[in-house]
Design a protein around this ligand. Structure first.
Ligand SMILES: Nc1nc2c(c(=O)[nH]1)N[C@H]1C(S)=C(S)[C@@H](COP(=O)(O)O)O[C@H]1N2
Ligand SMILES: [Mo]
Length: 406
């Protein structure tokens, strides 16, 4: 039965259960940790729950899907979170035939402008799965809360991008020895209508060595407008804010780029540990260059009710910025015991990895399932919250879902 038919079928039979639930492992909850907000959940079969986008903001547009929609290893094009910092481009005025990408800057040997067709014909094509994660993904998890879009854990995705290596294009123009950073440029304007909405960059080593693409295709098709049509720079392992959509070029800079949203505190964290809620002067911030180890539970979706005595597959993805994930563990008793999941290798550097485990939940009642990834350097995810910071970046506390065994 396909999903739509199933939904129609399932909706005729209401399966809403009665609260309050029994807290099977309540005594093991870390002090101060609130239970998951279950007010929006329908205690029903997974298939009864609607698919949706939550719109956080319409001007600029920011919206996220539910976490379970990220279940496929390659995120389908209609699923990813959508993030714009300013006015969205006038999509109907974009013509891929005349669109150009310019490499310039103090530290380029020869400035050049390419059409998309020229990029396609001149350089080798590469297809890679790359994780794009907003620096503010999971911001909602911080206590005290940090201002900004209250992202759930789904401001991340891993689609398949096809394009040319940024390094091949930069080599074609020549990069001077004094190059230190890139400045990435896009077409969209600041909300005021004046100046760029965002122009971020990466250390020059990242542009030359990383999985950095100038891409014209996502999952084998044109990039959807909202994700960067007709051309996007995509940097694996870095905060997604550097992956400029509707990209018009890159400047090779002889200093750290000073474009819009490069200055503190945007996309920056304090240089030293601060107390939750503490005020931090702008000069004490530093740029977030890499994303950190994290995992997501994408199946089952939170709120599911499952039968007693039947092992339940639990699965998801894990990623670790520029590192590899070496272990994923799952707990259903608030971290008292951890069970190691099976974990795949990344298909290429910068792709997220898939993990899965069969859980046999011991008795009827309410459970939280937590997932925790560990990376190749031995770093793993905090179970409560990571280092608090004023702008709420880099939250990588364990993802938790709520299930009931009936
Ligand atoms: N042109 C342009 N590119 C952009 C942005 C933007 O506002 N304009 N936002 C950045 C940020 S902060 C994020 S998190 C990602 C979001 O990518 P997505 O909309 O494909 O999910 O795009 C990045 N690239
Ligand atoms: Mo972002």
């Amino acid at each position: 039965m396909n999903r739509r038919k199933f939904l129609q079928h399932a909706l005729t039979a209401s399966a809403v259960s009665i609260l309050p639930v029994r807290w099977v492992f309540a005594d093991n909850r870390p002090t101060g940790l609130e239970p998951i907000d279950i007010s929006n959940l329908k205690w029903a079969k997974a298939e009864d729950l609607p698919d949706y986008y939550t719109v956080l903001n319409t001007n600029p547009l920011n919206a996220h899907p539910a976490e379970h929609m990220l279940d496929p290893a390659v995120t389908p094009a209609n699923v990813p979170f959508v993030r714009w910092n300013g006015l969205m481009p006038e999509f109907d005025k974009i013509d891929p035939k005349t669109w150009t990408f310019t490499v310039d800057g103090e530290s380029v040997v020869e400035s050049k402008t390419y059409t998309i067709d020229e990029l396609k014909s001149k350089f080798k094509h590469h297809t890679q799965r790359l994780v794009l994660e907003c620096g503010g993904n999971s911001r909602k998890g911080f206590f005290p809360g940090a201002k900004g879009n209250q992202w759930n854990n789904a401001a991340v995705y891993c689609s398949e991008w096809t394009g040319v290596l940024l390094s091949d294009v930069l080599k074609d123009c020549g990069v001077k020895d004094d190059a230190v950073y890139t400045g990435n440029h896009a077409i969209d304007k600041h909300l005021s209508g004046e100046g760029p909405a965002i122009s971020r960059g990466v250390p020059i080593e990242a542009a030359m060595n990383d999985n950095a693409l100038i891409a014209w295709s996502m999952n084998g098709d044109d990039i959807p407008f909202r994700h960067g049509y007709p051309l996007r720079v995509v940097f694996g392992g870095r905060p997604a804010s550097v992956s400029q959509k509707a990209a018009t070029g890159i400047s090779v800079r002889n200093k750290v780029h000073d474009g819009t949203k490069m200055a503190a505190p945007a996309y920056q964290v304090p240089k030293y540990p601060v107390a939750p809620g503490e005020k931090v002067p702008n000069e004490d911030f530093e740029i977030i260059e890499e994303m950190v180890v994290k995992s997501l539970i994408t199946f089952p979706q939170t709120g599911i009710e499952m039968p007693l005595g039947q092992p339940q597959e639990v699965r998801g993805h894990a990623w670790a910025g520029l590192r590899e994930v070496v272990k994923v563990q799952v707990s259903y008793d608030y971290g008292t015991r951890w069970h190691e999941a099976e974990l795949s290798k990344p298909v290429n550097k910068g792709a997220w990895q898939q993990w899965s485990i069969n859980l046999d939940l011991p008795e009827q009642g309410y459970y939280e399932i937590w997932a925790k990834a560990t990376d190749s350097e031995g770093d793993s995810q905090p179970v409560v919250q990571p280092q608090w910071n004023p702008k709420g970046y880099l939250f990588n506390g364990c993802h938790r879902i709520a299930v009931r065994v009936a």
